[in-house]
Design a protein around this ligand. Structure first.
Ligand code: PAF
Length: 253
């Protein structure tokens, strides 16, 4: 059975044991509520490494809205079942294990992180980059796997790894979509049946509108609250709210 590890001390013991020492480790960091997108990251990690670690940690420092943090789905048992034999260890420690310093030390990127998601969720990327760095230092993987759905996050993690000389290869994995085009996301399960149907208009508008302004205008008319839609270096990025749920996505132009 896959070990479920809830302390960093226990993790370090396993990591330095003969079964792990010297092996290439693939790492998939998540906040749980796993879905097909996570499954694809785990499968890629499984194919490219001798050992695979999944972390499940709802990181409080990346939520600017306490209600969003409280509502974030927590489904540990189902997550461990989905991971199954795609992983060799699940790391799921409580917040105090990661934030022994009370979040006095943090990673801040001062330009790119202020746009789009960062503009709408102040402090979000400080939280993301800080926990990703802590996780990479604790796990010491050869490769870490991130989904392209969180495109801005992916660019910032890559930038941090380069800027801080973190010895890991960041592997970008394509967004996995539902048959109607909606990007798989842990937040989708909070949509009502009607909201879920409606939500598929979001990626469709990103893909088909003639420009970002037209996509925004169309989405507003269709009842979405639009945080942003913007074209940047051949990628159209967007974030909207529908049914009280915030969704982000991006498409290549
Ligand atoms: O993408 C996520 O699920 C989170 O932002 C991450 C990378 C696991 C950090 O908490």
């Amino acid at each position: 059975m896959t070990p479920l590890i809830s302390s960093l001390a226990a993790w370090r013991e396993l990591r330095s044991s003969p079964a792990w020492a010297g092996k290439s480790v693939g790492f998939v960091p998540t906040m749980g509520a796993l879905h097909g997108g996570h499954r694809s990251l785990l499968e890629r990690a499984r194919a490219e490494n001798e050992r695979v670690v999944l972390s499940i940690f709802v990181n409080p420092t990346q939520f600017s809205d306490p209600v969003d943090l409280a509502n974030y789905p927590r489904t540990l048992e189902a997550d461990v079942a989905l991971a199954g034999d795609r992983v060799d260890a699940v790391l799921a420690p409580p917040p105090e294990e990661f934030y022994v310093d009370g979040y006095r030390y943090r990673v801040t990127e001062t330009e790119f992180s202020r746009r789009w998601e960062g503009a709408h969720r102040p402090g979000h990327f400080d939280g993301v980059l800080t926990i990703v760095l802590k996780l990479l230092n604790a796990v010491q993987p050869a490769r870490a796997y991130f989904g392209e759905k969180d495109w801005q996050q992916l660019q910032l993690v890559r930038g941090m790894v380069e800027a801080l000389f973190v010895p890991v290869q960041v592997v970008a994995c394509p967004t996995v979509r539902e048959p109607d085009g909606l990007a798989m996301s842990s937040r989708n399960r909070r949509l009502s049946d009607l909201g879920r149907k409606h939500a598929a208009e979001f990626p469709r508008a990103l893909r088909t509108a003639r420009d970002a302004a037209a996509a925004s205008a169309y989405l507003r008319v269709r009842g979405f609250e639009v945080d942003y839609v913007e074209d940047y270096q051949g990628v159209r990025l967007g974030a909207v709210r529908i049914d009280g749920v915030r969704l982000i996505d991006n498409v290549r132009l």
